[in-house]
Design a protein around this ligand. Sequence first.
Ligand SMILES: [Fe+2]
Ligand SMILES: [Fe+2]
Length: 190
Amino acid sequence: MTGKSPHPRRTAERRRPGDPDREELVKRMIRVDQAGEYGAKRIYAGQLAVLGRGSGADAVRKMAEQEERHLAAFDQLIVERRVRPTALQPLWYVTGFALGAATALLGERAAMACTVAVEEVIDEHYARQATALGDDEAALRERIEEFRAHEIEHKETALAHGAEAAPAYPLLSGAIKAASRLAIWLATRI
Ligand SMILES: [Fe+2]
Ligand SMILES: [Fe+2]
């Protein structure tokens, strides 16, 4: 849906009465994405605090390095676009780390199940954003698509490390997805 259309698409061209305007929409996107990448960094920090060594920990460390680069890009956009950052940063600091540590304490496969659940939600989230951004925001849209490809890779890495064999996988996955969707809702607005 982000491919070439016969005429250039404009960001928020399909907005309805009551929807945020173009500028506010883009600011909200940057706010929630910066918060999300920060949360991802904290989740992996929590996991690494528990996991120690091994092939799982190495995979987590590689994913965490990529999240650092995503976060740096959104930190820069926050400044360039004069976006008010999320007021809930202290909450993401604590809950991100706690989620990572708690799942890793359940075992490496549960930590991987956490990554799969979070990345599935982020994949949908970035896809929705890329669709909403027009050709007037092509650079931002391309960046989001690039990061989305990384998040899909993270999900695949976690699946390859046995995520689906985690104890109570459907329950764990459902709870983390619900929490991630709530976090997105909150960080878009607050
Ligand atoms: Fe990321
Ligand atoms: Fe990721």
